[in-house]
Design a protein around this ligand. Structure first.
Ligand code: 7RM
Length: 654
């Protein structure tokens, strides 16, 4: 949605004052170890973003050097022009000539509990075998390959194999339905689909191959389906079209020279659901994407050779692309990968994994942190988490309550937390602390990284004063930015580059405080307008989660004759707390006290769960419909659990 012409600013009411400097012991040996050092990097990035990123690009291997760092004719960017490289070479081959050759690249744990470790040498071999298998199926440079797999090493293998031969992968999250898969395959015209017989989730097999069979009935572009045996589930094999992964790779050669690709060669398409309409295929290319994901992995996570790095995101989400696969493997990290549900078979599964694998860096989402918090401290306390040295969050604003819990109960008070802001479209983290250099404020993603020109502006593109809310934009191109919306250049221009003149519009509202820190206020589409005051959902939700009875909350506007919109909130309670009229009243007062009477909810509904996307974001669009008593419109294919919505609609008067 476009920012409204006449809107002045978003009222900012909630204030979080506490600040946490980097723990001394951490800062001492960090890559960027003081605010002054970060300041020098920022200054270099400001003076010449191109020089800054050029230096970062020198840390990768290129088969042909670039001629110009950047060609920019808005909204078209080309980074490292005429340079040639291959992403799989940067993630694999270049580590084979030194001691990383026999280092664990992927340490994997399946949901049933088995583990597998692939060294860089072994992963390289698997990728070469599978790349040759794809070639054998007729896949050539530029072809699209849909990847529909569980969180298993073969998901990374399939992605890197595509990258090796210049095919464009499009990972579709294994939790998506046959219809979502079909739409995505058809939008990109994928030639091959890579899937598995199934994957484990909450103790049951998710029947991926069945979904592919269903989807493929109406996917004329698909000529072959590759099936990995993961669960030994019975599947139907369509002779001529379907191929077992193990048979193809058994016959394939392990010698697969990587294709040297133009820096702007497409690396992948990833679909992201807009607030309305059909999902957009976000296109990322090779050089700039790899440069920025590698730089941010190394510096935001302060990556060390000996770290065990665990980003809990599924590869079907952009976080899984940039911070499970490309960024960390380009840095030669040991990546932990876990297949299953976070609380299976018990609520301590994550902490058990951290303890057994000695995880040192943990990167997860606020929604998961709140769920763990709700489950109770005892599950984490039962495990030795002393291997952890850095924590990260991504996906939503983290409310200060959850931030402090993460810091104390998981991080033992000694680990810095990096709250990283970015999007599918940005490809890499743009706003974040550098953990040895930036004092954290709970709920703030802090500062734009060096070489990134993010700002909070008004409708005309003018920076708003400290404390005022506005639109989060990026004023200059950055290497990992999206290049287009697949097959829809118009949508690329109108959605991202037309709303604020001359700038990339993120769709998020934000404010900067007097220290220049960024506070993300949530999606502009979600902003409430109560009697002419524009209120951020995030502030109301954060205030509610600050109440001891509340586990999670979502705030939406409900049409109101008097106010324009009234504040309606959906609240889930912590274990042991029961809904009551008194508690409703108490929560309304609590919000009014924390933020101001204008934000006092007109309506509170208790619910046992909130509708969320597969990656854990609350779907406020749906809650708006529920609050207004309307039928649900538009795309619900990204909804994690449809029954949540049905329950919310039934329980209107609970
Ligand atoms: C990586 C990812 C992007 C949207 C973005 C924001 C929200 C993400 C943070 C955040 C506050 C954060 N890609 N968001 N990170 N809000 N603080 N640290 O999430 O394309 O799926 O979503 O997520 O609204 O625009 S995404």
């Amino acid at each position: 949605m476009a920012p409204e012409e006449n809107e002045a600013s978003i009222s900012v009411l909630l204030k979080e004052k506490r600040s946490y400097p980097p723990p001394k012991a951490f800062a001492k040996s960090a890559r960027v170890s003081s605010a002054a050092a970060r300041g020098r990097l920022q200054a270099r990035g400001r003076k010449s973003p191109e020089k800054f990123w050029e230096q970062a690009a020198r840390e990768l291997v290129w088969s042909k050097p670039w001629r110009r760092t950047l060609d920019w004719k808005a909204p078209r960017a080309r980074w490292f022009v005429a340079g040639r490289l291959n992403a799989s070479v940067n993630c694999l081959d270049r580590h084979l000539s030194g001691p990383r050759r026999n280092k664990a690249a992927i340490v994997w744990e399946g949901e049933p509990g088995e583990t597998r470790t692939l060294t860089y040498l072994q992963l390289h071999r698997e990728v070469c075998l599978f790349a040759n298998a794809l070639k054998g199926l007729g896949v050539v440079k530029g072809d699209r390959v849909a990847v529909y797999l569980p969180m298993i090493p073969e998901a990374a293998v399939a992605m890197l194999a595509c990258a090796r031969i210049g095919a464009v992968h499009s990972v579709v999250f294994g939790g998506f339905s046959a219809e979502s898969l079909r739409d995505r395959i058809n939008d990109q015209g994928a030639k091959v689909v890579v899937t598995a017989d199934g994957g484990w989730r909450k103790g049951a097999v998710v029947r991926l191959k069945d979904a592919v069979d269903e989807a493929a009935k109406s996917c004329p572009s698909v000529t072959a389906v590759v099936v990995l045996k993961r669960t030994n589930t019975e599947v139907t094999i369509h002779e001529g079209r379907d191929h077992w992964w193990h048979r193809l790779t058994a016959k394939a050669s392990a010698d697969c020279p990587a294709e040297p690709l133009d820096s702007e060669h497409p690396l992948f398409i990833l679909y992201t659901s807009g607030s309305t309409g059909k999902p957009k295929g976000i296109l990322h290319t090779t050089g700039g994407y790899l440069v920025q994901t590698a730089w941010t992995t190394k510096n935001v996570f302060d990556l060390r050779e000996e770290d065990v790095y665990w980003c809990t995101a599924d590869v079907g989400w952009v976080t899984g692309h940039s911070y499970v696969v490309y960024g960390p493997l380009a840095c030669g990290a040991t990546v932990l990968m876990y297949e299953g549900a976070p609380m299976h078979p018990r609520p301590d599964r994550f902490w058990d994994i951290v303890e057994r694998h000695r995880v040192s860096i943990l990167y997860t989402a606020p929604t998961a942190i709140r769920a763990f918090m709700k489950a109770g401290d005892e599950h984490a306390r039962a495990h030795d988490l002393s291997s952890l040295r850095l924590l990260g969050t991504v996906g939503e604003p983290i409310n200060p309550e959850a931030w402090r819990w993460y810091r104390e109960v998981i991080g033992g008070g000694r680990c810095p937390i990096v709250d990283t802001w970015w999007q599918t479209e940005t490809g890499a983290i743009l706003i974040s602390p550098l953990p040895g250099a930036t004092a954290a404020k709970p709920g703030s993603a802090t500062l734009p990284l060096p070489g990134v020109d993010a700002e909070v502006v008004d409708r005309a593109g003018r920076p708003v004063p400290p404390g005022a809310g506005g639109y989060l934009v990026v004023r200059r191109p950055w290497p990992a930015m999206l290049r287009t919306v697949w097959g829809d250049e118009e949508r690329y221009k109108s959605q991202y580059w037309s709303q604020i003149p001359g700038m990339y519009f993120t769709g998020d509202g934000a404010r900067r405080d007097k220290d220049g820190y960024f506070w993300i206020l949530g999606r502009i589409d979600d902003v409430l307008n109560v009697a002419g005051h524009r209120l951020s959902t995030m502030e109301i939700e954060s205030a509610l989660v600050g109440h001891p009875a509340v586990a999670e909350a979502a705030a939406v506007g409900r049409p109101d004759e008097l106010l324009g919109q009234a504040v309606a909130v959906f609240v889930t309670l912590k274990g042991g707390r029961a809904p009551s009229p008194e508690l409703k009243e108490e929560l309304r007062e609590h919000v009014a006290r924390a933020i101001g009477p204008i934000a006092r909810p007109s309506e509170i509904r208790f619910s046992d769960a909130l509708p969320k996307t597969r990656s854990g974001k609350i779907m406020r669009r749906l809650l708006r419909e529920v609050a207004a008593g309307r039928a649900i419109q538009g795309d619900v294919t990204t909804l994690e659990d449809l029954s949540v919505l049905a329950r919310l609609q039934q329980d209107e008067e609970s």
